[in-house]
Every structure is written in C-alpha cells, then in structure tokens.
Design a protein around this ligand. Structure first.
Ligand code: GLN
Length: 457
C-alpha cells in the first residue's frame, strides 16, 4: 500500500506505463496470509518489484514503449518474472523505456519521457533525464515506489540510469539470467539487469532469478550458487590488483567524474589495493562496432512485427505487402526505422563481409582486451557515465545515435565481452546530482564484483 501511494505521489515523473494493480493485490494478499499462517516462501516474499516493459508478463500489457505493441498482452511470463512470482515477490507494474530499449535517456517512448527525481521541481519546465533505456525502472526504485526493479542491458541500459539516479545497477554475465520473455534487442548482448538501492538488495534479486533455464539455450547450464549476504563479509582489499584502463578517460569526461574516479582509486589504494594503469587498445572501436552489430540484429529481430502476429495492424488492405509496409511505417518510431534500414544495408550480400563480419572480428579483439587485462588485475574501475544526468532540453539537442555513442562509451564494451559490470553510486556532485563509478570483472565473478561494490557503498 505504501508503494502504491508513492506511485500515486510521484506520477508526474512518468515512470510506469502500466500498474498491475489487480495482480499486485492478489499476490500481496497471498503473501500476507503466508506470513501469518506459514513460513514466507523466500526473502522476496511480499516485496514489491517493478519490471521494465520489455519483459513479457502474462495477462499484463507489454508495450516496449512502442505503438507496435501498445495493446500486446503476452500469454506467458518471462522467466525472470515467473521466478520472482514463484519466490513470492509482488510485481507492481511495468516501467517506461525508450522504444524497444533503443536509447540512453528514456526520452523516446510513445508514453512520453520519464523524469529523474534528482533535481526535479514541480514548477520547472525542464528536468534531468533519468538515463536509459531502463529509466522508468530506475526512477521507480529511486522514488521508493518499489524495492527493486528489472531493466535490460544491451549496451548500458541498466547501468546508465543507475548512474544518473544514484542506484546500484548490475549487468550480470551474459547467460547467467534467462532471456526468455525479454523482448530481444541484440540477442547476443541482451541481459536482464538489476536496479536496487543497496548492494544487498541487488544480491537478493540476483539470487532469486539467476541460473539455468531449459527454455533459453543461451542461458548457463551450470547450477547457480547463491551469493551470501552481505557479499563483502570476508573480502580483503589488501594486495588486490585493480586496473584503471586509460582508454576510458574520454575527452568528454566531466571534471567531477574524473575527480571521483581518482578519489576512489586513492581510497582503494589506502585500503591496501594495488592500483595499476592498464591499456585496452580496442576500446575506442567498441561504439562503432556495437552500432553495426546492433543494427544488424535489430533488422532481423524487428522482422517479426508485420501486423499479423503481434500488436498493431494498419487499416490498409490493398495488398498484404502494403499492409506490412503501412503497419511498420506507422508502428515504429524513427529511431527503430533508422536501425532497421541501416541494419539491412550492412547485411546486404555485397556489404556483409565489409561491415558485419568485420564488426564480429573487432568484437573478438575487444573481448580479448578484457581477457588479457584480467590476467593482470582482478577488477577494473571506470566511470559509468561521462557526466551527471543531463537536462532534458540539452539531451534532445543531439540525435539518438549521437547520444548513444557518448552515453554508452564506458558501459558498452562489457556487453561486447559478456562480462559482469556493476554501477555504484559514490557521492553527490556540487550541484546535487549522483556521481557513480563502474566495476568490471571476469565472467561469472558476480560475487567478487558485488563484494567490491559493497566495500565502496
Ligand atoms: N543505448 C544503447 C542502444 O540504444 C543501449 C541500449 C540498451 O542497453 N538497451 O542501443
């Protein structure tokens, strides 16, 4: 009830697309009966959780922030949602996102932009963006409308809003959490991402959802061993090697972010860690390589929206082809259409080798950079975002693709390599906005990563 009241009170921030009131009520009633008469199902029993609107929820609209799926009601739950329900969690609502998770600001949704709670004033026209594309999930957690939320992370969409909203944001290792029912953006990089206020809460969410799923062939087959809480109980920082990759010092890095990065490195050094400057020479190729792979996979993924199988269908009956064309031209925003067109261009027979295959090779080099560096150090410390949350009016001056290449600079390489990455809020900037840093480590080393996160918390 308290969460529902918060949702009502913070409505102008526009973080929810659908409130699943009926479902939430049923679940919370069942949970309170369990608390009174038997043991709770798990630590998640009765806990209100929000879900980004690109995860399928049975009988609850799943729109992807797009006209194409505006009235789409899935017949099944994404594995993440089903696991949360089985653990007793209360799925309180579906959160706003950039259309089909293509963006870094939560400004490109047919339901309008989401506003960041930080720096928000009722009487101002402008506001700070929450980051994206999981901005609705982030603001839902930051406002206390729920205790944790799922976002998705293909190039940074969980960590970027975590950074701008002062939250813990985890991109787990690719394949650790099932993608079944997460509407695909880039299948080879998508992961469900976790947004919480504390590291411990993040561990609870991870423990409830990670592990094999026979219905997702890209999901790990080895059983998941839950991480103990608190995760840092026996962490010794002494002599741990922490890498500072010099290529992450982008020319667009704001002074205060750079200062924070240096301060935290010094703090870890004082605690006994060995700070090493390392080099990851292919970092600067990551963004261009990502955008090619992204657009190619988007071109193929979006082919399913033809007006026949799902959601929206245009009233055009001169021919089947015309109906497809009209449906797709009306149903998608310009960002989605742009990516479909460029993706198909890169996939043309004559271009395939030049762009798509080349990008795959560069992806391998970027991934090798991580393998090499993890021979030398255990953890990498970088900024999550180059700045604090921009103002909406400034943000929209640049195109979606210009924004993504700047916004995702530090987050996106981890998706290329599949490794886990964690955004941790560090402090407030001089103008009162959250400043965050990112930690990265080897595949499946979430326990270590979260232990370091806990140390910095
Ligand atoms: N900004 C990136 C994009 O638009 C990443 C999005 C994401 O992680 N979902 O593709």
């Amino acid at each position: 009830d308290a969460c529902m009241k918060r949702i009502e009170k913070t409505k102008p921030l526009n973080m929810f697309i659908t409130i699943s009131e009926k479902l939430a009520k049923e679940q919370s009633e069942k949970s309170s009966i369990r608390y009174k008469t038997q043991k709770p199902k798990s630590v998640m029993d009765g806990i209100p959780i929000a879900i980004k609107d690109n995860f399928c929820t049975k009988d609850v609209r799943t729109s992807c922030g797009s006209m194409m799926l505006q009235n789409f009601i899935p017949p099944y739950n994404a594995t993440v949602c089903q696991k949360l329900i089985d653990a007793g969690a209360v799925l309180i609502g579906k959160t706003n996102l950039d259309e089909f998770a293509m963006g870094s600001g939560t400004v490109d949704s047919i339901f309008g932009a989401t506003k960041n709670i930080w720096g928000y004033k009722d009487d101002l026209d402008d506001f700070h963006i929450p980051g994206g594309s999981s901005g609705g999930s982030a603001v839902a957690v930051a406002t206390g409308s729920c205790f944790g939320a799922f976002g998705s992370d293909t190039g940074g969409s969980t960590r970027n809003p975590a950074s701008y909203c002062g939250l813990v944001g985890l991109k787990p290792t690719y394949g650790l959490i099932s993608r079944l029912g997460l509407i695909p953006l880039v299948n080879s990089m998508d992961v469900p991402g976790i947004l919480t206020r504390t590291v411990d809460d993040c561990v609870y969410m991870l423990n409830a959802t990670a592990g094999p799923d026979p219905k997702d062939s890209t999901c790990v087959s080895m059983p998941y061993s839950p991480i103990r809480i608190p995760p840092a109980a026996n962490l010794s920082i002494k002599n741990v090697k922490i890498g500072i990759p010099k290529e992450y010092a982008s020319e667009y890095l704001e002074d205060e972010v750079l200062e924070t990065w240096n301060e935290v490195a010094a703090l870890l050094e004082n605690a006994g860690a060995i700070i090493k400057q390392v080099s990851m020479p292919h970092t600067e190729l990551s963004i261009v390589c990502y955008s090619i792979l992204n657009q190619c996979e988007v071109a193929s993924n979006m082919a399913r929206y033809d007006g026949v199988q799902y959601g929206f269908r245009a009233t055009e009956n001169s021919s089947t082809e015309q109906m497809y064309a009209k449906t797709r031209s009306l149903g998608f925003n310009s960002v989605v259409k742009h990516r479909i067109l460029t993706g198909n261009y890169f996939l043309l027979n004559r271009n395939y080798e030049k762009y798509f295959e080349k990008a795959l090779k560069v992806r391998r080099l970027i991934s090798n950079d991580f393998d090499n560096v993890f021979e030398e150090v255990q953890i990498l410390l970088t900024p999550t975002t180059l700045t604090t949350a921009p103002l909406f009016s400034d943000y929209i001056k640049k195109s979606n693709s210009e924004q993504c290449s700047q916004q995702d600079f530090c987050t996106q390489p981890a998706n290329m390599a599949g490794i886990p990455a964690l955004s941790i809020p560090i402090k407030l900037s001089r103008n009162g906005l959250p400043l965050s840093l990112q930690l990265m480590s080897k595949n499946f080393s979430e326990a270590t990563l979260l232990a370091f996160g806990k140390f910095l918390e």
